[in-house]
Design a protein around this ligand. Structure first.
Ligand SMILES: [Zn+2]
Length: 317
């Protein structure tokens, strides 16, 4: 066996951990929130659907605006309290996507989607977690304007952390959708797949939504069997990551493959196959001779795959 290339220092994962204290006890206190927003140190992110608004600054972009600057850029249909940065309140302002798109004519602003911002490192990494928090919350609000119990229009309360129905009095809370993302391992080989949505040369972990009444471990086994026909035994939790597209939580796992014959579900995947550790190391480093690649470090898949390249079967302990 050839020796594996050195993968270098461990990169950090995107969208976590957050530098903010969520200070949930302040969400229901309108006087405290008004004082926080009136404070000169307060700041806000501006999000219009998929688009993030940022200021161009020397050497990069800054997505954080003073409250007065943020208000001048567009009427917010929602102002969320994201948490405290030391003592300063940080907010998320939701504007219409068309209003955000219209700001593209401003040469001093960058208007682009969060995926591009994260993968291209367009803002300082500490902004990614609160941007993910704000974007996921605004996506939830956009889809929950009406009560799912009675159909009446609902009101935003608790600084954006709840919607109440004035007609039937039901309270609705922001939700996050759990997704398992896993690497099935057969000794010195791992199973990677390709979705039709992927860039032409990219291979990644299999993934799928956790279903009601299912544990993470069961979801890992079911998705791997459904998508690739592989039966898994032991499942070991690795790490999780908020994934605000639109509001998921990725639950990263390694799984021990008990079978290796593939039976691919081509409605879910374009392809899947086994890769050995040397080949996957070159894919992580973007030095694969055929140009095959793995997801970038901002995504948890990169870290799940890298941990196996470095530790082998040790990840299943
Ligand atoms: Zn209702």
């Amino acid at each position: 066996m050839s020796s594996r290339p050195d993968l270098g220092p461990k990169p950090s994962l995107g969208y976590t951990p957050s530098p903010l204290d969520r200070a949930a006890d302040k969400r229901g206190d309108e006087a405290v929130l008004a004082a926080l927003m009136a404070d000169k140190r307060a700041s806000a992110y501006i999000i219009g659907g998929e688009m993030i608004v940022a200021k161009k600054i020397a050497g990069g972009n800054d997505p954080l605006f003073a409250i007065s600057e943020a208000r001048a850029l567009g009427a917010a249909h929602a102002a969320l309290f994201l948490g405290l940065d030391s003592e300063a309140g940080r907010f998320g302002f939701g504007i219409d996507q068309t209003a955000a798109e219209a700001l593209k004519i401003r040469p001093d602003l960058l208007i682009t989607d969060l995926r591009s911002i994260a993968t291209q490192g367009l803002v300082a990494p500490e902004h990614l977690p609160p941007l993910a928090e704000a974007k996921a919350m605004l996506a939830w609000h956009a889809r929950h304007r009406f009560c799912s119990a009675c159909g009446a229009s609902t009101d935003i309360v608790e600084a954006g952390w709840r919607r109440d129905c004035p007609a039937c009095k039901t309270s609705h809370f922001p939700r996050t959708d759990p997704v398992v993302i896993m690497l099935a391992i057969d000794g010195e080989r791992c199973l990677l797949g390709r979705s039709r949505r992927f860039a032409a040369s990219m291979w990644s972990c299999l993934a799928g939504f956790v279903e009601p009444g299912e544990s993470f471990e069961e979801a890992v086994r079911r998705e791997t069997r459904e998508e690739a026909g592989v039966t898994c035994g032991r499942v070991v939790y690795f790490a999780s990551q908020p994934w605000p597209f639109p509001m998921s939580l990725m639950i990263g796992c390694h799984a021990e493959a008990l079978t290796t014959e593939l039976k691919i579900d081509y409605t879910e995947l374009e392809n899947a196959r086994w890769f050995d550790r040397e080949e996957v190391a070159l894919m992580l480093l973007r030095r694969h001779p055929e140009g095959l690649g793995a997801p970038p470090p901002v995504a948890i898949a990169h870290h799940i795959i890298r941990a196996w390249v470095e530790e082998g079967r040790g990840v299943l302990r």
